[in-house]
Ligand binder design. Structure first.
Ligand code: BES
Ligand code: ZN
Length: 852
C-alpha cells in the first residue's frame, strides 16, 4: 500500500470549478462541485489539497440529503480529509467546496508570472503548472492520473484581462464588476492536464486544421515572434491526426508563451503552455539549433494530446508511455516537416545522453516504482525521455513502421479516454505484429542498463557477444552488484566485402556466431544506428572501419566515436588511443559527429590540470581547424542549414575550447559589424561569436553583454547573453553573475541552469561550488521545485579528487531530497570522471607534451 494513494471509495466523474484570481492581491478564491460515485458506505472523504484554505464543505444528493463535512488538512501528505457529519450511503453525491489560495511565485500550481511591457512597466499574469502533482494547489481534487473526470471551468476576472483554459469559451457575462468566462466541458481527463491562464494576452489569428482552430498566445508586443511556432503547431497537428488515425481530442488548440515557466512546456489539453524560448522565435534571426528547439517542443506537446491526454498512464511509474512516446512522435513529425534537418540523425545526440546515464550502476529501469510526489518528479529524466524514445525507435525499426503504427492506433482506440500501462501497449503491438513483444521488450523497459555488443572475427565467422555496459567495475557502496542477464538485442549488421551485405541478428543469448564475410572486410554493427546498445569492435575490425569511414553514414560515424569515447571513459580503451582516434575525423563535415567530438574535448578539459590546458587547446585546434578552414567564416550560397550550423559550432569550439586568438579576434570584428548592421551575420554564427567573446572578454565586454541581456528583443537573444555572462573567465565577473542568480535579476526559471553551466566550466566551477554551498538554502527557497535537482547536476563537472570529497561531504550533511536515484547518479557520474582522471592523467599528459 502506497500511503500517498487515495482510497477509491469515492470516485469523481465531474468537476464544476469556479475561480476568481486577483492579480493585485495575488490571491484567488474558488468554489467547486464534484460529482462523486460513492462505492461503499463512508464516514469521510479524502482528497488532495495543499496550501489551500478550505472554507466550507458539504455533500448532497438528488434525494435532498445534505451532509456537513469538516475538513482537516494534512500538509505532509498534501491531503484534506473531510469528516462527514453522518455516513454517506453508496450512490451519486455532489461534494461542494469553497476555498482560497495565493498566486505563488514558485511556478507550480496556480502561480504568478511577472514581466515587463515594451514600455518598461512591470505586469503580472497568472498561469498554472500541474504536472506531476500540483493541481491540488489550485483546487481540491483527486490528483492522481487514473481519476479521470470532466472539468467545467469558470473564471471570474478583471474585465480588462483575458482568460484561456483547456476548451473553448461558451459564455461571457458581467457580474459585480467582474468578467465571468465560462469554458466548455473538457473530455474525461486527468487533473494534471487542467490549465488556466489569465492576463493581458494577445493571440494570433487562428489557423484551421480541419475543425480545430490553432492560435499562439503571448504577452503584448511579442506576436511577431509567433509565426514559426504556429507553423510547426499546425503541421504537427495535421501529421498526428494522420498518423494516429484518431481526431484531435479537443475543441481548439492554444499555444501559450508564459514569461515564467519551470519546465520547457506542458501538454495541457487544448491549452499548451511554454516557456518563451520554446515557442516564440524570430525566424530570420535564429540559429538552426534555436529553431529546431521550438519545432521539437511544439511537436512534442502536440503529440501528447493523444499520448498522455487521450490515453494516460495509470500511475507515474508508467510516465515513459507519455514522455518517450511524445519524444518519439516529435522526431517523426519534425522529420516529416523538414526532412532536410535530418532529425533522426540528430536524435543520436539524445540517444547518447541516455546511454551515458544508463551506463551507471545507479541507473534505473525505464519503468520504476514511484511512491511520493518527489519520486514522480524524479522520473522526468533522460531515461524516461531519451532512453524510452530510443527503445521505441529500435522497436519501430524492428517491427517495421507500418506494423508499429497499426499497434499504436490499436492502443489509442482501445484505451481512449482511459488509462493504460505498458502491458496494454505490448498487447496492442502484439496484435499488430503477431510477435511476442514482451519477450523482446521487457528487458529494455523493466531492467536497468543496456548491453555492449562486442564484435570479433574468427575466420569466416563473426562472433557477437553481449554483456551489461558499465563505466565503473563495481557499484559505489552501499549498492551491491546486480545480476547480469542477456537482453534481446536486434543487431543490424552490414559487411562490406566484394559487395555490401546486410543481415539482422536477434541476439538473445550471451553469444552468437554468423558465417558472414571474410577476414579484412569492413563490418558495421548497429547499421543505421537505431539500436540502444554500445558496440565494441575487436582491434582489427576497428582499424578496418577507421580506414573506410567513407562507407559509414553520419549516424554510424557518430556512434563509432561515441562508443569509442565510452570505452575510454570505462577504461576499456586507453584515453590516448581515443584522442588518437579523433585525428581520423579532421575531414568530418557532419555536425552531430562534431558535437560528440567536441563534447569529449570539453570533458577532457575538465580532467586536465590548469597547467596542461594550453596543450589541450592546441590539440583542439589541431583537430578542429582544418574543418573550419574548409568551411570559412562566410556562408556560401549553396550551404544548407546544417552546414551553417556546423560553421557556428566549429567556430565556438575553436574560439572557446581551442582558445584560438585569431578566431577570437575575428569574432570581435564580426560582432562589432553586427551591432552596426543588424542581420549582417549569419544567425548560426552569432551565438557562437557571443560565446567566444565572453570567454575572452574583460569587464567592458561583460557590461556590454549585461546590457544586451537586459534589452534583448527575442527570447533566444536573451538566452545567448545570459549564458555568456556565465562563460567569462575573470573571477570578479563570474562573482557578479553568481550574485545575479539570487538577487532577482535572472529569472528563477533560468538561474538554476546558469549555475549548473558555471559548475561545468573549468574557469567558474570552484567559485560556483563555493557559492552554491553557501547559498543552497537561499536558492532552494527561491527557485521552482525541479531547480535544485537540475542545478546539482553541475557537480558532475567538479572532477578532482578533492572536490569530489567535498561534494560527498556536503550532500551527506545536506541530504537533498531529489527523489528517485538522482543523487546517487550525480555522485556516480562524478566518480566516473575522477576515476578517469586518476587513471589517465599521466598518460594524457605525456601524450599532449609530445604534440609539441
Ligand atoms: N510533460 C512535460 C512537462 C513536465 C516536465 C511536467 C516535468 C512536469 C515535470 C512536457 O511534455 C515535456 O516533456 N516538456 C519538455 C520539453 C520536451 C520537448 C522534451 C520539457 O519541459 O523539458
Ligand atoms: Zn512531454
Amino acid at each position: 500500500m502506497n500511503p500517498y494513494r487515495l482510497p477509491r471509495t469515492a470516485v469523481p466523474s465531474r468537476y464544476d470549478i469556479w475561480l476568481e484570481p486577483d492579480l493585485t492581491t495575488l490571491t484567488f478564491r474558488g468554489t467547486e462541485t464534484v460529482a462523486l460515485d460513492v462505492v461503499e458506505p463512508i464516514s469521510d472523504v479524502t482528497l488532495n489539497a495543499v496550501e489551500l484554505t478550505i472554507e466550507s464543505a458539504s455533500l448532497e444528493n438528488d434525494r435532498g440529503e445534505t451532509i456537513r463535512a469538516t475538513p482537516t488538512m494534512d500538509d505532509t501528505m498534501e491531503r484534506c480529509r473531510l469528516t462527514l457529519g453522518s455516513p454517506a450511503a453508496p450512490g451519486r453525491w455532489r461534494l461542494r467546496l469553497a476555498f482560497r489560495g495565493t498566486l505563488n511565485d514558485k511556478l507550480r500550481g496556480f502561480y504568478r508570472s511577472v514581466y515587463k511591457e515594451p514600455t518598461g512597466v512591470s505586469r503580472t499574469m497568472a498561469a498554472t503548472q500541474f504536472e506531476a502533482t500540483d493541481a491540488r494547489r489550485a483546487f481540491p481534487c483527486w490528483d492522481e492520473p487514473s481519476f479521470k473526470a470532466v472539468f467545467a471551468v469558470t473564471l471570474a476576472i478583471d474585465p480588462a484581462l483575458t482568460a484561456v483554459s483547456n476548451t473553448a469559451i461558451v459564455g461571457e457575462t458581467r457580474e459585480n464588476g467582474r468578467k465571468i468566462v465560462r469554458f466548455a466541458d473538457t473530455i474525461k481527463m486527468s487533473t494534471y492536464l487542467v490549465a488556466f491562464v489569465v492576463g493581458e494576452l494577445e493571440a494570433t489569428d487562428a489557423t484551421m486544421i480541419g475543425r480545430t482552430p490553432l492560435r499562439v498566445w503571448c504577452v503584448p508586443g511579442k506576436k511577431h515572434l509567433a509565426r514559426f511556432g504556429q507553423h510547426i503547431g499546425a503541421a504537427s497537428l495535421a501529421f498526428f491526426e494522420q498518423y494516429y488515425g484518431v481526431p484531435y481530442p479537443g475543441d481548439k488548440l492554444d499555444l501559450l508563451a508564459i514569461p515564467d515557466f519551470a519546465a520547457g512546456a506542458m501538454e495541457n489539453l487544448g491549452a499548451i503552455t511554454f516557456r518563451e524560448t520554446a515557442l516564440l522565435v524570430d525566424e530570420t534571426a535564429a540559429s538552426h539549433a534555436e529553431l529546431e528547439r521550438v519545432a521539437d517542443v511544439v511537436a512534442h506537446e502536440n503529440a501528447h494530446m493523444w499520448f498522455g491526454d487521450l490515453v494516460t498512464m495509470s500511475w507515474w511509474n508508467g510516465i515513459w508511455l507519455n514522455e518517450a512516446f511524445a519524444t518519439f512522435m516529435e522526431m517523426l513529425a519534425v522529420d516529416a516537416w523538414k526532412p532536410e534537418w535530418q532529425r533522426w540523425a540528430t536524435f543520436g545526440v539524445s540517444r547518447a545522453a541516455a546511454l551515458s546515464l544508463d551506463g551507471l550502476h545507479s541507473t534505473r529501469p525505464i519503468e520504476f516504482p514511484v511512491t511520493s510526489p518527489r519520486d514522480a518528479d524524479a522520473m522526468f529524466d533522460v531515461l524516461t525521455y531519451e532512453k524510452g524514445a530510443s527503445v521505441l525507435r529500435m522497436l519501430e525499426q524492428y517491427l517495421g513502421p507500418d506494423v508499429f503504427r497499426a499497434g499504436v492506433r490499436d492502443y489509442l482506440e482501445t484505451h481512449r479516454l482511459d488509462n493504460a500501462d505498458t502491458g496494454d501497449l505490448w498487447a496492442a503491438l502484439g496484435r499488430a505484429s503477431q510477435q511476442p513483444i514482451p519477450a523482446v521488450m521487457d528487458g529494455w523497459i523493466f531492467r536497468p542498463g543496456h548491453p555492449v555488443v562486442t564484435v570479433s572475427r574468427e575466420g569466416g565467422e563473426l562472433v557477437l557477444a553481449q554483456q551489461r555496459f558499465n563505466y565503473l567495475r563495481e557499484p559505489l557502496p552501499p549498492a551491491a552488484p546486480e545480476p547480469d542477464q542477456p537482453w534481446q538485442v536486434p543487431v543490424q549488421l552490414r559487411v562490406h566485402g566484394r559487395s555490401a551485405v546486410e543481415e539482422r541478428v536477434l541476439l538473445t543469448e550471451r553469444q552468437a556466431r554468423r558465417r558472414l564475410g571474410e577476414p579484412g572486410d569492413v563490418v558495421v554493427a548497429n547499421a543505421g544506428g537505431h539500436g540502444f546498445y554500445r558496440v565494441r569492435y575487436a582491434p582489427d575490425l576497428l582499424e578496418a572501419l577507421l580506414k573506410r569511414l567513407d562507407l559509414l553514414v553520419p549516424i554510424e560515424r557518430f556512434n563509432l566515436v561515441n562508443d569509442a569515447w565510452a570505452m575510454a571513459v570505462a577504461g576499456l580503451m586507453p584515453l590516448t588511443a581515443y584522442v588518437d582516434l579523433t585525428a581520423r575525423f579532421r575531414e568530418e563535415r557532419d555536425r552531430n559527429v562534431w558535437s560528440v567530438l567536441t563534447a569529449s574535448f570539453y570533458a577532457i578539459n575538465r580532467l586536465v590540470a590548469p597547467a596542461e590546458r594550453a596543450r589541450l587547446e592546441a590539440l583542439v585546434r589541431d583537430r578542429v581547424a582544418p574543418a573550419f578552414a574548409a568551411l570559412g567564416w562566410t556562408p556560401r550560397g549553396g550551404d544548407d542549414e546544417l552546414t551553417r550550423q556546423l560553421r557556428g559550432d566549429l567556430a565556438r569550439a575553436l574560439g572557446v575550447l581551442g582558445n584560438d586568438a585569431a578566431v577570437q579576434a575575428r569574432a570581435a570584428e564580426i560582432y562589432a559589424g553586427s551591432l552596426k548592421q543588424r542581420g549582417s551575420v549569419d544567425p548560426n554564427l552569432l551565438p557562437a561569436v557571443i560565446a567566444v567573446l565572453a570567454q575572452a572578454g574583460d569587464a567592458g565586454r561583460y557590461e556590454e553583454f549585461l546590457a544586451a541581456f537586459r534589452s534583448a528583443k527575442t527570447p533566444q537573444d536573451e538566452q545567448r547573453y545570459l549564458y555568456a555572462l556565465a562563460a567569462f573567465r575573470d573571477p570578479a565577473l563570474l562573482r557578479q553573475t553568481l550574485d545575479r542568480t539570487i538577487n532577482g535579476e535572472i529569472r528563477t526559471q533560468d538561474a538554476p541552469f546558469v549555475v549548473r553551466s558555471m559548475l561545468m566550466s573549468v574557469y567558474a566551477r570552484e567559485l560556483a561550488w563555493d557559492f552554491v554551498k553557501r547559498q543552497w538554502d537561499t536558492m532552494d527557497g527561491l527557485y521552482p521545485k525541479h531547480a535544485m535537482r537540475r542545478l546539482a547536476e553541475g557537480v558532475t563537472g567538479l572532477a578532482t579528487r578533492e572536490l569530489e570529497a567535498d561534494v560527498q561531504a556536503f550532500f551527506a550533511a545536506k541530504k537533498p531530497q531529489f527523489g528517485g536515484k538522482v543523487l546517487a547518479q550525480y555522485l556516480e557520474q562524478l566518480h566516473v570522471a575522477v576515476t578517469l582522471r586518476e587513471r589517465e592523467a599521466a598518460a594524457l599528459s605525456g601524450y599532449l607534451s609530445k604534440l609539441g
